[in-house]
Design a protein around this ligand. Structure first.
Ligand SMILES: [Zn+2]
Length: 222
């Protein structure tokens, strides 16, 4: 049985196949993957169904599906804001009523760690935080948001893309992997991990502003 949660609790006897990146995040049958560690870092269009590996037992995999759902909520929110922005771009309105979407920060954090645990072995450097510690956080009974610092990394001049491209990269320091970057619809999210509850930052907000009218849409992690 291959299961990264085996140190957390007993596994079931059935192996399951887990998608590297939640399959529900993407509507197409194929997916353009950029800088994919499991493809040796290349960029490739690949069938969604083939992006799986055996890394969880059935029981543990099923317990994590609510976190996949939260990532899908985030993906949908991003898409919504970007589409709204495209619609509003050429508007002559003076001001917009801002639209808001909410994402559960704790569930999303667990999705982030779970995705990392399926991928970290492909990264160049070993994980700075023991995988068993991160696995315990994913299944923790108390909130874990202070163990993960999430930030949006995006240059001002960059254009968002409403295309289904996903890109994954390790965040490295002193020859260790200290976190992961997930890029979705052109928005880059950096997540840094800790084994202590040290990140008591304000919950992340992603704002979408129009050039003339200011705030148009916002995704709040709460
Ligand atoms: Zn298991």
């Amino acid at each position: 049985m291959k299961c990264w949660a085996k140190s957390v609790s007993e596994c079931s006897s059935t192996q399951s196949r887990e998608h590297y990146i939640s399959k529900g995040l993407f509507s197409d049958k194929t997916l353009f993957v950029d800088n994919a560690p499991f493809l040796g870092g290349g960029s490739k269009e690949i069938a969604k169904a083939s992006l799986t590996k055996k890394c969880l037992c059935k029981k543990h995999n099923e317990q994590l599906s609510i976190y996949d759902d939260e990532a899908i909520r985030f993906g949908d929110a991003l898409k919504y804001c970007l589409e709204l922005s495209a619609k509003r771009r050429n508007s002559t309105a003076k001001k917009f009523s801002p639209h808001r979407k909410n994402v559960d920060a704790d569930r999303f954090s667990r999705w982030f760690l779970k995705t990392y645990l399926g991928l970290f072995e492909f990264f160049k450097y070993p994980s700075a935080i023991a995988p068993e510690t991160l696995a315990a956080l994913v299944f923790s009974e108390s909130a874990i948001t202070e163990f993960l610092k999430l930030e949006v990394s995006m240059a001002v001049s960059e254009e968002f893309q409403i295309v289904e491209v996903v890109s994954i990269a390790p965040l490295e320091k002193d020859e260790k992997t200290i976190g992961m970057q997930v890029q979705l619809y052109g928005v880059r999210l950096n997540g840094f991990f800790s084994d202590k509850p040290e990140y008591s930052q304000k919950p992340l907000k992603i704002r979408f502003n129009e050039y003339k009218q200011g705030k148009s849409c916002e995704i709040r992690f709460r």
